[in-house]
Ligand binder design. Structure first.
Ligand SMILES: [Zn+2]
Length: 259
């Protein structure tokens, strides 16, 4: 979502090496399955980060399941996203930052509305709460660009682009933890080429997150959050696969909401 703009002069973030990364992931799936034998109980957030190791057909799609352990699940209308099997059918190499141009609740309602024709995977509130409305394996209609939708996870932030006070410390911190986890899951580099604003999507007429969104602060927080993830943290480049050592779990089921 976000304010519309007059012109459309966004930059074009790149993205290459998808084929190589796909092969890397397949290898990881096999390796992870072998390593999974005999492991014990995993923390919820660890399980949440491991579901993508499973082949697509085995991935559980339980009602209310979330990809980020800190998120609460509220389902978006299925008119606002489409079923996919990422990262197997489409590589995920971007996180796209949005601002809601309205309250948290109004964003939730909009994404539940089949007539809205758009929704993001997550909404982060000014108080730091995180709601997931679309699973990361599915394609959410948030960027206004098919290719970018297929390759990205979209995060909405509660507020208005022209109100800097809306971007609270709690919101930045919660969003940074969420983004760090997403980047770790898919091996997305922690830089502005891969963590971008809706305004930077080619062809968009939206301006969010706007001039008051502090990218330096946000990237710093994301990198800091990445260092405190349970395992080794995100990979640094296009040749690196998702992080995670030999501690793969046997089930890989995503965590449940309501925890
Ligand atoms: Zn937007």
């Amino acid at each position: 979502m976000g304010a519309k703009r007059e012109s459309s002069s966004g930059s074009t973030p790149g993205g290459s090496g998808d084929a190589d990364r796909r092969i890397g992931r397949r290898a990881l799936i096999v390796g992870g399955a072998a390593a999974a034998v005999g492991t014990g109980v995993l923390a919820r957030d660890e399980l949440a980060r491991l579901w993508w190791r499973l082949p697509g057909v085995e991935r559980p799609r339980d009602d209310g399941a979330v990809d980020y352990a800190g998120a609460r699940w509220v389902a978006a209308s299925d008119a606002n996203w489409r079923r996919a099997d990422r990262p197997d059918d489409f590589s995920i190499d971007m996180v796209i930052v949005h601002v809601t141009q309205g309250s948290f609740d109004s964003a939730v309602r909009a994404f539940q509305d089949p007539g809205h024709k758009a929704a993001a995977h997550y909404i982060v509130g000014q108080d730091g709460r995180v709601t997931q409305m679309i699973r990361e394996l599915d394609v959410a209609y948030h960027a206004g660009n098919r290719d970018y939708n297929e390759r990205s996870v979209g995060i909405e932030h509660e507020g208005f682009v022209d109100r800097p006070q809306d971007f609270t410390a709690e919101m930045y911190a919660a969003s940074a933890r969420l983004t760090a986890g997403i980047c770790a899951r898919y091996g997305i580099p922690l830089d502005r080429k891969h963590i971008l604003g809706h305004v930077e999507v080619p062809g968009t007429d939206h301006t969010d997150p706007g001039p008051h969104w502090d990218w330096d602060r946000y990237l710093k927080l994301v990198r800091r959050a990445a260092t405190s993830l349970p395992t080794s943290g995100p990979s640094g480049g296009p040749s690196g696969g998702p992080s995670g050592g030999p501690s793969a779990g046997p089930s890989g089921s995503p965590s449940r909401s309501g925890v």
